[in-house]
Design a protein around this ligand. Structure first.
Ligand code: NAG
Ligand code: NAG
Length: 215
């Protein structure tokens, strides 16, 4: 498929259903729990690990020549937990499923003025990346809002891009590939061009850095 065609398809996929009401808004969800069974707390740091073995945690990396633009990737080694994030729910302190929240990397991005807040951004013609330099809080642009939902597998969760207000359909975040650079990019891709992302959460020690996996 030519990149230009893929782009058109993707934007159709994103915006075609913009008038469809979301079924999730009526639900208050249920508390999201970490791998120790503890409820996630707003503003505390967690690693987002793969629910499937053989993959690492979510992290950020430079993209292209711009050293101050970062995209979210999944580490390919199970030994790397990646970089911890904080969940910042909208209008609440409950990190529940089915509620809008901002996600922010806990580590500052050294040497760069950008924020660590996640947003949907276009960096690759075939897909939309999750990148950094978003803005957290009420009234901010729809590209900054995400959601956690239970996945099919027992104890696993999915991450969704879920705009607030929900005028655009929510979509699962998946892993996609770009050329043969071997990186596992997190974002929105056309159906059939991605690998499903299922995750679990592990509480991060504040001074942990890029810790080795302990399990
Ligand atoms: C989170 O879930 C709990 C349990 O279902 C519920 O009592 C609470 O109101 C929910 N919080 C929000 C903000 O929806
Ligand atoms: C990066 O910089 C090199 C050298 O200036 C250039 O040839 C290349 O096209 C640039 N790549 C991107 C993605 O901008």
């Amino acid at each position: 498929m030519k990149p230009a065609l893929a782009t058109v398809t993707l934007f159709f996929f994103l915006f075609a259903f913009s008038t469809k009401p979301s079924h999730v808004s009526a639900s208050t969800g249920e508390p999201v729990v970490d791998i120790s069974g503890e409820k996630l707390k707003a503003g505390e740091s967690y690693y987002i690990l793969s629910a499937v073995s053989g993959r690492g945690g979510l992290s950020f990396e430079d993209f292209g020549n711009d050293t101050c633009f970062h995209v979210v990737v999944q580490e390919s080694s199970e030994l790397s937990k990646g970089k911890p994030v904080k969940f910042l729910p909208l209008n609440s302190n409950d990190v529940n499923t089915s509620i809008n929240l901002n996600v922010e990397f806990s580590d500052t991005i050294i040497g760069c003025p950008e924020s660590g807040v996640w947003k949907i951004t276009k960096r690759i013609s075939e897909a939309l990346n999750v990148g950094t330099n978003g803005v957290a809080g009420v009234g901010q642009n729809f590209v900054n809002w995400f959601m956690i939902e239970k996945a099919e597998s027992e104890g696993a969760y999915k991450l969704k891009f879920c705009p607030n207000p929900e005028t655009i359909v929510c979509q699962d975040l998946d892993i996609f590939f770009y050329g043969d650079d071997g990186k596992r990019y997190v974002g929105l891709a056309n159906p059939g061009q991605f690998e499903t992302l299922e995750v679990v959460f592990e509480k991060a020690d504040v001074n942990d850095g890029d810790a080795e996996m302990s399990r």
